[in-house]
Design a protein. Structure first.
Lengths: 165, 361
């Protein structure tokens, strides 16, 4: 399927507007929902690139797992009726160098990147992706799972300690 | 023009399936419950009480629409809409007959699982926006349960995907021309049913709505048609989606004797829904720790072993792997059923009550 430029702009708006809203909202739950909308927008970008598997994984992992966990954590730790106090509001001045550093990095990447305009979108077949992931990039893949495993063990350990008398 | 016709047809089908299931399934549930409990069930409105669901919907429609004070108005309204995305979008992926799928994606299986996550989101937001401790607890409980049982669910969908060698739902049905996958992988089918009950918040896993503990769970504050939306369209729409997925994965989809047609698919969906209702009338509710233990200590290891052995057999015998896989699955499913009561259940109960092994319970 070929997608036209207006479709791209609509999808781009679906990503950028929620991303801005996420930073602007003062209510953490609203921020999390804006983030979910942003993730769905990213999935839409994958669809326009004919990468359906990536879009489905994006929905499954970011919307279905990560966002749910974030919402879960917010709901368990925050009192809804309490005042919305921003956790990081004293460190606001730190945002300036951080944003500047991000701008430099992004500028460097975007400056050197070569965008191929107008060619047909690649269709990454599921089999090709799998063989790349499990042959060529098997080591980073396993490394990532090791990091996740360490995180899980850490969480279990923390939770256990609390319950001990 | 054909695109517009396609779109309209897709919308009609996607909305009709949850709507019809919301009308038909609760009525069937009450009549079957009545039969199983040696009662009559609703039989007054229309012939055999067929219009009971319509009367109920009318009642819900004319009730006052209340948004509780202190609730988050926007999210309170938005939550049912978000939860409704799951049944509507997932229907578009189901092959209704040969060449009749609204969206024939080559990764349909992954999308079905991905759309399922929106139901979790809607329930979580509904529980939070209601500003009620029972709603919040019910929502959190529901999500913990659905996330836990999503893992065995996905593992068993992966097993089917490995047998087919494709992630497309059309290919899944196409591969079941000779034999349905329920005969090849009964173990996966049983785990799929158990995990499905938990995903759908149905008995024996209906903890999110345990009325003795949580009033109405995440939908406590929802009244009138909003309650009807949650209870009818979303819950039963999800039952319909789960049954459609199960029928497609394990029961040959639209295939059947004489000619493949959507009629066979509907029949299989009704059979699976009857199983849900049957469970509902049979099993008592589990407790939270039992629920989590069962998912993490029984279902997930079982699914992982099944996944590993099936994968190994497919690699070792790439030409003719169905008979050994079926042999393994039938042997293990028999073993699980035979050993469940004396070994597994006892171990779980003992662990729970902190009894020494060997003590009678």
């Amino acid at each position: 399927m070929q997608f036209s430029t207006p479709v791209f702009y609509i999808v781009a708006a679906l990503v950028i507007i929620p991303a801005v809203l996420m930073v602007m909202f003062r209510n953490l739950i609203y921020s999390a929902i804006a983030m979910i909308a942003c993730f769905i927008g990213v999935a839409a970008v994958f669809v326009t690139l004919n990468a359906e598997l990536l879009a489905a994984s994006q929905l499954l992992i970011y919307v279905g797992a990560i966002s749910i966990l974030i919402l879960f954590a917010i709901m368990l730790t925050r009192s809804r009726s309490g005042a919305v106090n921003l956790f990081f509001h004293r460190q606001a001045w730190m945002a300036l160098p951080a944003a500047a550093a991000l701008a430099v990095v992004l500028g460097a990447v975007l400056g050197t990147a070569r965008f191929s305009a107008g060619d047909t979108p690649k269709n990454p077949a599921t089999g090709n992706l799998a063989s790349l992931l499990f042959n060529q990039y098997a080591f980073p893949f396993e490394l990532a799972s090791l990091v996740l495993l360490a995180a899980i063990i850490g969480t279990v350990l923390l939770a256990k300690k609390e319950s001990r008398p | 023009m054909s695109f517009a016709i396609h779109l309209v047809a897709a919308l009609v089908i996607a909305l009709a399936v949850p709507l019809l299931s919301a009308l038909a399934f609760p009525f069937g549930l009450r009549r079957i419950w009545g039969f199983m409990g040696d009662r009559l069930g609703p039989n007054r409105v229309g012939p055999q009480g067929l219009f009971q669901a319509l009367a109920d919907s009318l009642k819900l429609f004319i009730k006052e629409d209340i948004t509780p004070s202190g609730s988050d108005r926007l999210l309170f309204t938005l939550a049912p809409v978000i939860a409704f995305i799951t049944p509507v979008l997932a229907i578009s992926l189901i092959p209704f007959s040969k060449g009749f799928t609204i969206a024939n994606l080559n990764v349909g299986l992954v999308f079905i699982v991905a759309f399922g996550s929106f139901a979790v989101l809607g329930i979580l937001l509904a529980g939070w926006a209601s500003h009620n401790k029972y709603s919040l607890l019910g929502g959190l409980r529901s999500v913990a349960q659905m996330v836990s049982y999503e893992i065995p669910m996905i593992l068993n969908i992966i097993i089917i995907a490995m047998l087919v060698g494709s992630l497309s739902l059309g290919d899944v049905v196409g591969a079941q021309g000779k034999i349905w996958y329920i005969a090849v992988q009964p173990l996966a089918f049983i785990v799929f049913i158990i995990a499905g009950m938990a995903e759908l918040n149905r008995t024996p896993f209906d903890l999110p709505e345990a009325e003795s503990e949580l009033v109405g769970g995440y939908m406590t504050e929802y009244g009138g048609m909003r309650f009807g939306f949650f209870y009818g369209l979303i819950e039963w729409g999800n039952v319909a989606i789960w049954s459609l997925t199960g029928a497609t994965l394990f029961l040959g989809g639209w295939r059947g004797p004489f000619a493949g047609s959507p009629g066979w698919l509907i029949l299989k969906v009704l059979v699976l829904t009857f199983v849900v209702i049957w469970f509902f009338a049979t099993f008592p509710r589990l407790q939270v720790d039992q629920l989590m233990n069962f998912a993490w200590k029984v279902l997930i290891p079982l699914s992982l072993v099944n996944l590993g052995v099936t994968g190994l057999l497919i690699i070792l015998l790439p030409d003719n792997f169905l008979p050994p896989v079926a042999a393994f699955s039938w042997v293990s499913v028999t073993a699980v059923i035979v050993l469940f009561q004396p070994v597994l259940r006892k171990a779980l109960v003992h662990k729970r009550l902190k009894l020494n092994p060997g003590t009678r319970n």
